[in-house]
Design a binder for this molecule. Sequence first.
Ligand code: AMP
Ligand code: MG
Length: 398
Amino acid sequence: MITVDEALAIISEACAPGVPERISLREGFHRVLAREIRSDVDWPPFDTSAMDGYAVRLADVTVAGAALSERPGLVAAGDRPAAPLAPGEAVRVMTGAPVPDGTEAVVPVEEIHQEAGRIVTRYVPRSSEHLRRRGESVAAGSVLLPEGRRLTPADVALTALAGADPLEVHRRPRVSIAVTGNELVPSAGKPGPGQLRDSNGPMLLSLCRGGGWCAAARPVVRDEEGAVRDLFAEAGREEDVLITSGGVSAGDLDLLPEQAERSGFEVLFHRVAIRPGKPIAFGRRGKTLWFGLPGNPVSTSVCFHVFVRHALDSLEGAQPPGPRFVPARLSRDISIRGRRETYRDALMETVDSENRVAALASRGSHDLAAHARANALIRIPADAEHLTAGTLVECLIL
Ligand code: AMP
Ligand code: MG
């Protein structure tokens, strides 16, 4: 049986990004940059007031109670820059306004009182107080975001500031989801004897959506050779990646790996030393990829986070491809069973700027209720003997 790292290497090898496309920045959220973003402007674009107040020169306000003559009128955001400050003069400026040349600080309006044609400051401002200097955040020509970055909402804003609209992104993989099992009824249905509701389908759709991928749901596939054959025969028409749940274990009705091979898929791996999720299969036919995830819901979820995310990120050119881990200190001992890399449902919190994590009680890979309470998965290496409280572990954020 191969290790998780070996499986990830096989996935990386099979998943190269496709050709870039140009899209409107409005559609940029969650997309992956195919080219770095450089700014064509300084940010801020000009020296700007951060407060409603008065633009002053430091030499004119060396003591609290200094009086300055007030220039009539005011400068608001969007106004052209006003004439330079003259000695002894204060100019009323609004937040976001370009300040006159010579401004060394802005005294907030709350910190002055007005007398006929004059203002009197209540304190001595520091140099550049309440001033935003041109280019202090971004210098024109600098790289704001690297190629391979998956855009957050703040990244989209930064990209807009840089004027990169339209922008070049990698094509998104098309994903479809098929759940398998004779026992499944739709979530809106009422299970009869021996039946249960499909929870993996809605979960996989949500996992995809959470990562920025739009997935299509295929009809439920029965545990019958013909139905499974039809699924694989059609695979690749509307998707780059077919994700299935169920039917990959060693039972008599676990038909998928064999039928995938019969339909021309090369099964690149089947079974990985991971808990939960050992029966996972991964195959390829031409450009079409198939992930056969085990049916137990927690296994399905863990396999998505660890393997499918890595594939979808790689196909989209996201750097570095997931999963992403953060360090955390165990707040309770963990007992370890067996010699497979293990992912345990856990609750992580940050206390005094340190991540602390504790495993949740779980009945096993069917315990969706425990999984839903978790906000992280603790990764336990295959060779771990015993993990005591205080040990530093890696956690995958859910
Ligand atoms: P399988 O991998 O097909 O052997 O399924 C393993 C377990 O997961 C069985 O108890 C199934 O009933 C359950 N299961 C399979 N598919 C789903 C699904 N879509 N939603 C909820 N449970 C499922
Ligand atoms: Mg099944």
